[in-house]
Design a protein around this ligand. Sequence first.
Ligand code: TYM
Length: 513
Amino acid sequence: MSATEAPGAPPSAEEKIKAAQLIDPYNVSGEVDESGNVQAIDYDRLRDQFGVQPLTEDHLKRFEQVTGKPAHRLMRRKLFFSHRDFDKILDAYEQHGTFMLYTGRGPSSGSMHLGHTVPFLFTKELQELFDVPLVIMLTDDEKYLYTRNKNHGVQKKGQAVEDFMEFAHENAKDIIALGFDMKKTFIYTDYEYLGGHFYRNTSEFESLVTFNQAEGAFGFNGSTNIGLVAYGAKQCVAAFPSSYPELFGYKDYRYPDFDLEAKRRHKDLSKIMTLIPCAIDQEPYFRMLRDRCERMTDPHPKTSLILSKFLTALQGPGGKMSASDPNSAIFMSDTPGQIKNKINRYAFSGGRETLEEHRELGGNPDVDVAYTYLSYFLEDDAELEDLATKYRSGELLTGEMKKRCVDELQKFVADFQERRSKVTHEVMREFMQPRKLEYKGNPNPTKPVVKTPAMQKGVDGEKTEDGEREEGGKEGKMTKGERKAAKIAEKKAEKLALREKKEGEGAAPAAEP
Ligand code: TYM
């Protein structure tokens, strides 16, 4: 059985007979009826089951009002359809000026498919609109452990740790080619980056999750390898800004420096909120995360989520486009000819059996895969609506819908490949360098968080928001003189922020040193 013995393994023929809808990080399948037909994923049911909230017109309005820009097509069309505490992220941005974006990819192969680009395209837009820092986690460890688990412990050719590290590098280049701004983006692979404060958050988080809880969330059992059981904690704490001190201008406590100033995790960073854009399969991780944010030594605000539907498999709306089934997916490395062939041969059609029937009764764009793909990638709302109307009336034929889809995807993939060819190993390494990120956030926050003295040039040491020296600092507690100097610096920062705000240039975001 796939879900319990080897999470993620496709269902066997027997399993396909009558099975409930199953969505988690390792399985995506609509309900299977008695004849073995896979039904479309029921997102309303899923939303209720997961207890996530619908993204409403009010959210769109508020988003547009806060950013001053129209919402992204994926939001307008409710392909990002659900959330947790999205309102709180907008509040945090309005009031305190910044938040952190976090998303990721499990490098299961050397090339990403069209579906994987969906959360990244959306994240890129959010980063541009809000001007905030972004971390992208590449889980080479997860994919290694998962693959080995799926193969019942056997390591097949091309599936060694080093192979997944290589996939992570190739995927990092794919992600960069989607157009992220290097100044505010940090990309890392787990095998390369994990340690320091990240690892301390991991250990603490691991101590808050029992085996039974991991089993419940991910369908593990006693045969699941222990690496995979423990992995979830890493994906969770990756949402904590305190896992990445260097990105905010602080020091980490790692080889080779072991800087004593950085021995303790930085409390300031635990105040920054995080938003995770992803498809809804990843939600079980973040439910586990949210339940424990407040139980950390430095409690973090509950992480916000914005969740998308799945770009469907070519075969139809019961499953997601998946790299493990090449015929279900269009890869970002596909040639124009391959794209054309896959759409023409495999894309499930909402058209009628015969031309006459189609002309008379019309087609159904809601289940038509070519139309569905256009709804993700075609920018023009009016053209999309026109295509649907003409398809429904029978004026537009399946072949014509497919052709429009092929044209759009060929262009999207060709433009991507052009940019991808320019992403060198050096460029990739620059994105992967832990360094202070440069971002401005909201130029006019209503309750700007005062910069701490540690964030002022020339003032040594680290402080919490209430102005106390962090434990474990180089010189221990602050002296009276230091405290006075810190207070003066804080007042100065306050005045400066106020002046900047008045001048309309804005105060600095909360965590920018
Ligand atoms: P992975 O590699 O399975 O998927 C990467 C991202 O793509 C989304 N996704 C899809 N979105 C739309 N249509 C599809 N057909 C489709 N297939 C996948 C996923 O939801 C994800 O957002 N464990 C994760 C890696 C990870 C991560 C994260 C993802 C680590 N930290 C934080 C999101 C957020 C994984 O294996 O993703």
